[in-house]
Structures are given as C-alpha cells and as structure tokens.
Design a protein around this ligand. Structure first.
Ligand code: HEC
Length: 140
C-alpha cells in the first residue's frame, strides 16, 4: 500500500519537477554512476565482460538523462555542488557530458581486446569524471 502511494507521489512530482526534485535527482544519478563505475572496474578485473558491457551502456544512458537535469533555474539550493560556470558555458558542459556518454559505448566496444585494460578504463571512463569535476563542480 505504502509503495503505491509513493509511486503515485513520484509520478506527480515527475509531471511538474520542482527544482528540489531536479537537483536531488541529478545528485542521485551521479552517485549511481559512481557506484556503477566501481562495479565496472571490479568486473573488468575478473574478466566478466558481458556484465561489464551492460553496466557501461547503463552509464552511457544515465549521462544522456543528466544532460537535461541542469536547467537555468537549478543553479543554487538543495546543497548543489554545481558551479555557475556550467550555465556560462552550457555548450561546453553539454559537450563533456556527451563525450562521457559516447566514451562509455566506445569502452564497451574495445575493452575485451584492450591490451591495457587499466589504461582504457582510465582514458574512457575515469578521466571524464575528472575533466568535468575540475571545472564544473565545487572542489573537494
Ligand atoms: C560533464 C560533467 C560531469 C561528468 C562527466 C561527471 N560528473 Fe560527477 N558531477 C558533475 C556535477 C556538475 C556535479 C554536481 C551536481 C550537483 O551537486 O548538483 C557532480 C556530482 C557528482 C557526485 C556527487 C553526487 C552527490 O550526491 O552530491 C558524484 C559522486 C559524482 N559526480 C561522480 C562522478 C563520476 C564517478 C563520474 C565519472 C564516472 C562523473 N561524476 C562524471 C559533473 C560531472
């Protein structure tokens, strides 16, 4: 019963997403990608490429969702760590997000035959996190 109510509330809030929903939603999705990235790393080192490729394509899809979670009116509040530079350079920011998404697909296509698996993960996955965070997220 409770889950039906939750589901209902969720779809209502989705219909007219508030700033809070959007900011919390993008944070949750980034956190999810982080835990998926760690699973990717773990599966790859075990040679479990089928599961890895599925996770990579999930991450790629999540980036496509994330692109739309930075509307003008969500620059501040709800503990966002997004920097104002994002909205000053929206095209460059979106291009980085798209690159991160495309690179996960590329990674899935080369990982099995890669001679330097760690290097490929770094180049096509981890370096994209860093490239974006160093410019567009509050430093940690
Ligand atoms: C194109 C830009 C971009 C890329 C690529 C990117 N991030 Fe982020 N990330 C951000 C921004 C901006 C925020 C801050 C969002 C907010 O607080 O509203 C963020 C926040 C986060 C957070 C904190 C979420 C929270 O709960 O506050 C984590 C964790 C994270 N990113 C992990 C990653 C990892 C891991 C990768 C790569 C696998 C990655 N990100 C790739 C831009 C990016």
């Amino acid at each position: 019963m409770l889950s039906i109510v939750t589901l209902f509330l969720f779809s209502v809030s989705n219909a007219e997403q508030s700033d809070e929903d959007i900011i919390k939603g993008r944070k949750a999705l980034f956190s999810k990608n982080y835990s998926t990235a760690k699973r990717v790393q773990a599966f790859v080192s075990k040679g479990d490429f089928d599961r890895t490729k599925k996770l990579m394509s999930e991450m790629s899809e999540n980036y496509k969702v994330l692109i739309d979670l930075f509307p003008e009116h969500t620059k501040e509040g709800y503990k966002t760590e997004a920097l104002p530079l994002i909205w000053e350079e929206k095209d460059a920011f979106n291009a980085l997000m798209k690159k991160a998404s495309d690179d996960m697909i590329k990674l899935a296509s080369i990982i099995e035959d890669s001679e330097n698996i760690r290097g490929s993960l770094k180049e096509l996955m981890w370096s994209n996190c860093k490239a974006c965070h160093s410019k567009y997220r509050v430093p940690h």
